[in-house]
Design a protein around this ligand. Sequence first.
Ligand SMILES: [Zn+2]
Length: 240
Amino acid sequence: MRILPWLHLAGSRQFGLSSPWDCHIYALRRPGGGILLIDAGSGLANHRIVANLKAEFGDPLPQGTILITHKHPDHAAGAGSLSRDLGGWPVHTSTLTAPILTAGQSEAPGYPPELVYAPCEVAEAFAPGATFDLQGFTIETIAVRGHSEDSIAFLIDGQDLFTADIVFYGGVLGLINAPGSDLAAYRQDLPKLAGRNVRGLFPSHGLFTIENGQHHIDTALAELQGGFVPRTIGQGDLIF
Ligand SMILES: [Zn+2]
């Protein structure tokens, strides 16, 4: 599904593009370039993700790279199997997430039993905070704890921010009732996203926006300075 000339959705629960256990799986591509896939999903509907990519970019597909934001199964459990199903696309992730991907997980509480979080070979593990070029895009990695200890946001070409589950449309946080999710860590790390004049805001669930993304970040930052627990995903109608 095309969002912008350089940006597509290859999988998503909410848009009905792949498994109901998949986050948004973004596919970035410049004309003539390779494909940069942000997250891999659960592994429960790889065939649909591959079909979506071929519908967007042709068959055979250009070469690609899979970039994983954090360890949670809806983002990362399918990394190894999707890499294989795409003919061996390399998987890149941070040094925080790489050990979890490499080892796999025997259990994924809250997910269906058919989900297999198998070990996945990591071709490249970058240091949190590193900036590098991949598939024609410049990617600044910003480590923001709070949703999980290993969450990384990707700032693409200095203007569009892929926030994973760190912050959502409307300034909603990704604080969840799970080990590693931590409001104090949010207070410490979310200010790393302040003052960046973000254009597009592309979270891994729910709505995204192609302009004024910084407004949504600033809303979350303002709530974090108040005396009450900020709005977070899963509360009331803030369901992903
Ligand atoms: Zn998550």
